[in-house]
Design a protein around this ligand. Structure first.
Ligand code: WT7
Length: 660
């Protein structure tokens, strides 16, 4: 089945285990008994987790799965998600607790208490309402990590509007596709963003994206870079309004309305195996229940004591679930950092950890490997003794990085939790529990209490210890996606058709059990790449390449990359009339992809080839291209329509490698 990487063998010979200390285990939120409790009565278990939230009307049925694969959780229940993340903490006497220690890239800071958060979210909710935004409307948000991004998301939740957050690094073309598909009525952005010390435009890109967009009535602009912004900022009087002019004068009072547990909360687009991103739909009660439950148990979060920091961007699901919803529902005090990890120096994260005494830190393997590259002497200069749990997400973490993380950031004692989940799952699904599990470097280990995952073979039968296959989720879970926006068929096809007879959700990942039955993730089995923990489909990049006038055909593969997990390598056939594929032409193509999709999709390498390896039915054999991209001997070519093609490719290679 999956084309196994050589890394797999190394992974599975990893045999070290790290049990939690007695002290940690004794104080941990999650205890070993939870697994049995959940197994004994799953629905009762989830009902108990849902009770951690404040409901306006209690549900009558925990789970309705009669219309599978469309789940309903906490049926009949009503709640307001923003109330749960903000107001109730003020009402319980914690208005003065800091919710957000915000740190701007240039060094400016802002501490926001729960009382202030309530005021800001209420004003923003009134502002959106004043523009005619009502429950069920869609608000697109393209903002960097500024507090207003969080205010805006919670304001939407408060009035029952769906947010559609688009990562700040996405191009105008990508933004436009997401605005159109979701029929967004309002777009929220900023004038510009500070990135590596420079003020780069945001609004100008949004304007380019919205040219002729039919659904957008208003654009709200947060002032962040002001007169530091280079170049002119375009402005349309009839459409555009400054955030501060619109929001500041609004009433600080806003009564949150209770919405149905299944009321849509947000849409978030993610890459699939086709060129068109999918709008993943999440709803309210189940999503908030599971994000709060996992944040509480996986990170062992203690409200009012811990200082938490998730380094993700709100443009991704991790930012939604583990900066905004789960943590705030749990009354977190958290750091939100605007900038890049090496601005103005490579110790920036550790300086922030030291300053705010961060105790729970959640990041991605690609960043851990970058820290390794920068050297252990950098974190060594800071007092990191406050850290007590370290999290990882986004791709398999190699044991070497796992150990480095524990040793150099966690003082050799902090439990590392490797959390497997997806945009579609909404919340963490497979992870160690830090006070329970004997951690194994490189393994996400076990489905959390209340969650059921299996590794199965082609026929859907569970494989035995030591066996490999496909990762499936065989029982519905509260924060599961409720559909693909506007495309029921795609929802069924993508996730529910591979193991239709069994009714399994197919995650798209390969996985393996070790002899203890722990799960080891092996990466995607479809044409989805994972670059720095971000999903990009090969087809998406191929479409971008062939949209360039010089390209006749393109094939893209994800090649193993020591820092980013996978790097994008493209093979292109140029058109007959195109000038030779020299260095400049290749750079132009790389830039073209960045412009079409965003800089994260810029190929690491582009090779100009005379032919592409195809099967007789015309399917590109990416496996062979991956061999070339990873400098391996090319594998079995017997299914190629033209067996000489690989020789042609190897002999005629012109390669343009990036210097970045
Ligand atoms: C894909 C989901 C979940 C938030 C960030 C990415 C890969 C994610 C792990 C992990 C191995 C992982 C999978 C998954 N992935 N976490 N701990 N170990 N692989 O969300 O963009 O929806 O991507 O990321 O391949 O399917 P996403």
């Amino acid at each position: 089945m999956t084309e196994q990487s050589p890394a797999l063998d190394n992974l599975l010979t990893e045999s070290r285990t790290f049990p939690p200390s007695d002290d940690f285990a004794a104080q941990a939120n999650a205890k070993a008994e939870m697994y049995a409790e959940a197994d004994a009565d799953r629905e009762a278990f989830w009902a108990k987790q849902a009770e951690r939230l404040t409901w306006d009307t209690k549900w009558t049925t925990v789970l309705d799965w009669t219309n599978a694969p469309f789940a309903k959780w906490f049926v009949g229940g009503k709640l307001n998600v923003a109330y749960n993340c903000v107001d109730r903490h003020v009402e319980s006497g914690h208005g003065d607790q800091v919710a957000i220690h915000w740190v701007g890239e240039p060094g400016d800071t802002r501490d926001i208490t729960y009382a202030e958060l309530k005021t800001e979210v209420s004003k923003a909710a009134n502002a959106l309402a004043s523009l005619g935004v009502t429950a069920g409307d869609v608000v697109a948000i393209q903002l960097q990590m500024v507090p207003e991004a969080i205010f805006a998301m919670l304001a939407c939740a408060r009035i029952g509007a769906l947010h559609n957050v688009v990562f700040g690094g996405f191009s105008p073309t990508a933004l436009r596709a997401r605005v159109d598909d979701a029929a967004a009525k309002v777009v929220i952005t900023s004038d510009g963003q500070f990135r590596r010390g420079k003020a780069a435009p945001m609004k100008a890109n949004v304007d380019e994206a919205l040219e002729g967009a039919e659904t957008v009535e208003k654009v709200i602009v947060v002032k962040r870079t002001g007169d530091k912004l280079e170049g002119e900022m375009p402005w349309t009087d009839s459409r555009d309004v400054w955030w501060h002019e619109l929001v500041d004068g609004q009433s600080e009072e806003h009564t949150p309305e209770a919405f149905d547990s299944e009321h849509p909360l947000f849409i978030l687009y993610t890459s699939g195996t086709t060129g068109k991103p999918k709008g993943i739909l999440h709803t309210s009660g189940g999503y908030l229940t599971q994000t709060a439950y996992t944040h509480h148990n996986v990170f062992d979060h203690k409200a009012g004591e811990d200082v938490y920091w998730c380094t993700a961007d709100i443009g991704w699901i991790t930012g939604h679930s583990y900066i905004v919803y789960g943590p705030l529902a749990n009354r977190v005090t958290q750091v939100v950092y605007e900038g890049t990890p090496n601005t103005p120096h490579e110790g920036r994260h550790w300086e922030i950890v030291q300053k705010y005494k961060v105790s729970l830190y959640y990041t991605a393997p690609t960043l851990i490997r970058t820290f390794m590259k920068w050297g252990a002497e950098i974190p060594e200069k800071y007092d990191l003794s406050s850290l007590r749990v370290l999290g990882s997400v986004g791709e398999p973490i190699n044991p070497e990085a796992w150990i480095w993380y524990r040793e150099n950031i966690g003082a050799g004692t902090a439990p590392v939790v490797d959390t497997w989940w997806q945009t579609e799952t909404g919340a963490i699904m497979i992870s160690p529990l830090p006070g329970v599990t004997s951690a194994k470097p490189g393994s996400a280990q076990k489905a959390l209490p209340g969650i059921s995952a299996k590794v199965v073979d082609d026929q859907g039968a569970e494989v035995g210890p030591g066996g490999g296959g496909y990762l499936v989720l065989d029982k519905p879970w509260p924060s599961m996606l409720r559909g693909v926006w506007g495309d029921e068929e795609r929802f069924r096809d993508t996730y529910w058709s591979r193991f239709k007879d069994q009714g399994f959700y197919f995650a798209g990942d390969g996985a393996k059990y070790d002899n203890d039955g722990d799960v080891w993730l092996l990466g995607r089995v479809d044409d989805v790449m994972n670059v720095s923990g971000h999903r990009i489909s090969t087809t998406e990049v191929e479409s971008a390449l062939v949209s360039h006038p010089t390209v006749a055909e393109a094939a893209v593969v994800g090649a193993t990359d020591p820092t980013t997990g996978q790097g994008i390598v493209a093979f292109v056939i140029l058109r007959g009339n195109a000038v030779d594929g020299g260095e400049e032409a290749i750079q132009a193509l790389r830039n073209h992809v960045a412009k079409e999709i965003g800089p994260i999709a810029k190929p690491r390498q582009i090779m100009v080839v005379p032919e592409l390896p195809k099967t007789r039915s015309g399917k590109i054999m990416r496996r062979l291209l991956r061999d070339v991209a990873e400098n391996r001997q090319v594998g079995d070519v017997t299914t190629l329509a033209d067996s000489s093609v690989m020789d042609l490719i190897s002999s005629g290679l012109k390669s343009g490698k990036s210097e970045e």
